[in-house]
Design a protein around this ligand. Structure first.
Ligand code: 3PG
Length: 215
């Protein structure tokens, strides 16, 4: 079943393996959501993390889920069980969190949302693994130790796959993607605030296209 098929159950690895980069998106205006999503899909990026950081975020997820069948809208910055439920209700197909609690894990499981939980320490990885989560977001990747930290995690956690996010750019993404325990990276560089604000969708498509070639 194609990953974009509505209603198809996704696994965390489906979300991670679709492209080398999951764009971290901040939207203030619901009118920007659909053209932005179309621009990213045009460039080959379908898994879209819309962060729940703005009042418009849930409506943006709804709009993308309804109007851009080629995209898979997910929710980022999920910080509570309520956020997870609201995201699922809006049509999100996956969730990303900056940290992890079992309450978030349970809410995502109940809502059928694959979750990439944020971790930056061994204890947080153990907590996620205790709840059955072996695919995680390493956040904030660069400040928390970058590639050296990921290499160090590979020894005790050979079964964990990472999506490093936070401080990743077009310039350093390849270094992260070259690690055996990294499946994809996350980052906001595909959707620069000025390009979103001015509606420069062509630039965003170009950035997405370049991102698909990173792996
Ligand atoms: C975030 O939560 O803002 C992400 O980690 C994105 O970080 P970046 O802007 O450094 O890509």
């Amino acid at each position: 079943m194609a990953v974009t098929t509505k209603g198809a159950a996704l696994k965390p690895l489906d979300v991670m393996q679709d492209a080398p980069v999951i764009p971290v998106i901040v939207l203030d205006d619901v009118a920007q959501a659909v053209p932005l999503a179309r621009a990213l899909v045009e460039g080959g990026i379908r898994m879209l993390e819309v962060t729940l950081r703005t009042p418009a975020a849930l409506r943006c997820i709804e709009a993308i889920a309804r109007e851009v069948p080629g995209a898979v809208a997910g929710a980022g910055t999920v910080r509570s069980a309520e956020d997870a439920r609201a995201a699922a209700q809006a049509g999100a197909r996956f969730a990303v969190s900056p940290g992890y609690t079992s309450a978030i894990g349970a809410a995502c499981r109940d809502a059928g949302l694959p979750l990439l939980p944020g971790v930056s320490t061994g204890s947080e990885i153990l907590l996620a693994q205790q709840d059955g989560l072996n695919e995680v977001k390493f956040f904030p990747a660069v400040p928390a130790g970058g590639t050296a930290m990921l290499k160090a995690f590979a020894g005790p956690f050979p079964d964990v796959r990472f999506c490093p996010t936070g401080g990743i750019t077009a310039a350093n993404a390849k270094e992260f993607l070259g690690l055996s325990n990294v499946v994809c990276v996350g980052g906001s560089w595909l959707t620069p605030a000025d390009a979103v604000k001015s509606g420069d969708w062509g630039r965003i498509t170009q950035l997405a296209r370049e991102a698909t070639k990173l792996r």
